[in-house]
Ligand binder design. Structure first.
Ligand SMILES: Cc1cc2nc3c(=O)[nH]c(=O)nc-3n(C[C@H](O)[C@H](O)[C@H](O)COP(=O)(O)OP(=O)(O)OC[C@H]3O[C@@H](n4cnc5c(N)ncnc54)[C@H](O)[C@@H]3O)c2cc1C
Length: 327
């Protein structure tokens, strides 16, 4: 075994590190090869220890949340993959009028470790009568992945509810970023450049009425289920929506034209390469119809980008992250 890997395994424990571990089952697209090393972190502390050990032994590392926004290459990922399952949540600093259970909550802070499943956090906050995350009911993945990418529902961005983010730098040092320092924008955050690792997030949420929040959240989730091909493996929208100010494309909502609309207008719905297909239901989704390879998915994504560029002069940007080796 590579001597650095051996040191990592010795430090973290033989039973905790899997070698040559298949990654496809850990992703929503269900494609891709193995990781040299796979470690499951069950707390922010374990996540921190694994990242620091990887840095110490000079092993490249990749954080995998829910795997709902990545395509892993067919040759897999060299080095270490840390599957983040750190899922502790604390709700504190309730402010409001009145006392105890009769308090009318005005705001509260929710501190979530980054491996919490987004959907579970949304449910918990709604049950507590806290507003701000209800737009994301039904969005797969972890809250760390959602904040890394500033997940959106239509024009609502998850970054709007974030107060601070705790990260580990490339040297393994702990830092806290304010919302402003995170430089949230549509489908992006500062961390996409720095590649720092989110360990936990503090959300500042407003008081609301649980029943009303549930009603809204269920409407959003229903809309998603009606418009997305949820019965097939996919990584969600493959492409970012397009700034409408760049041209007139015929359909625009609050300054954005949906990538799906452009792909549909380019006549690409149903286009297939191998077992990867442009969804008939939502053209920005590339689905795995069964047994697709990462190469099928990537080739199809490139074909879509070429055709949309030819028809509209627009260069579609990938929303999904490609990780590992493809060839
Ligand atoms: C069916 C379906 C529907 C979807 N609908 C939506 C939607 O409505 N809106 C939306 O915005 N997205 C949607 N998505 C995309 C996806 O669910 C979100 O982007 C999600 O938040 C990604 O989280 P994840 O934990 O799965 O990230 P992963 O796919 O595991 O990782 C994505 C990237 O984030 C990085 N990352 C993950 N965790 C951390 C961390 N702790 N620290 C640093 N980096 C980290 C990874 O390294 C990787 O680069 C959908 C996806 C699917 C499959």
């Amino acid at each position: 075994m590579n001597p650095s890997f051996a040191k990592f395994v010795r430090l973290l424990g033989k039973t905790r590190v899997a070698l040559n571990a298949p990654l496809a089952p850990l992703t929503y697209m269900k494609v891709g090869g193995p990781a040299d090393l796979l470690y499951m972190a069950y707390s922010a502390q374990e996540l921190t220890e694994a990242v620091r050990a990887a840095i110490r032994f000079k092993i490249p590392y990749h954080i995998l949340g829910g795997g709902s926004n990545v395509i892993v290459g067919d040759k897999g990922i060299r080095g270490l993959v840390i599957k983040n399952r750190a899922d502790h949540v604390v709700i504190k600093h309730f402010k409001g009028k009145g006392k105890g259970t009769s308090m009318a909550i005005e705001e509260a802070r929710v501190v979530a470790e980054s491996g919490v499943i987004t959907n579970l956090l949304v449910r918990k906050t709604i049950d507590e009568g806290l507003a701000g995350l209800e737009y994301f009911l039904g969005v797969p993945g972890t809250i760390g992945g959602a904040v890394f990418n500033n997940s959106h529902f239509q024009t609502e961005l998850i970054g709007n509810a974030v107060e601070t983010v705790n990260v580990l730098t490339g040297k393994g040092d702990a830092r806290t970023y304010t919302n402003r320092q995170m430089r949230f924008a549509y489908d992006s955050s500062a961390l996409q450049k720095t590649r720092e690792v989110i360990t936990s997030i503090t959300f500042l949420l407003k008081g609301g009425i649980a029943k009303e929040l549930w009603k809204k959240a269920e409407e959003y989730a229903k809309y998603r289920a009606q418009t997305q091909p949820l019965q097939f493996p996919s990584s969600g929208c493959m492409f970012k929506n397009v700034d409408s100010r760049r041209g007139t494309y015929g359909q625009s909502k609050k300054g954005l034209t949906s990538a799906g609309y452009l792909i549909e207008q380019a006549g690409l719905k149903g286009t297939k390469i191998g077992n990867a297909m442009v969804s008939e239901k939502h053209a920005s989704f590339i689905i795995n119809t069964g047994g697709a390879s990462a190469q099928d998915v990537l080739k199809l994504a490139n074909l879509v980008r070429r055709r949309v560029k030819e028809k509209f002069g627009v260069r579609l940007e990938m929303e999904v992250f490609k990780v590992g080796e493809f060839y």
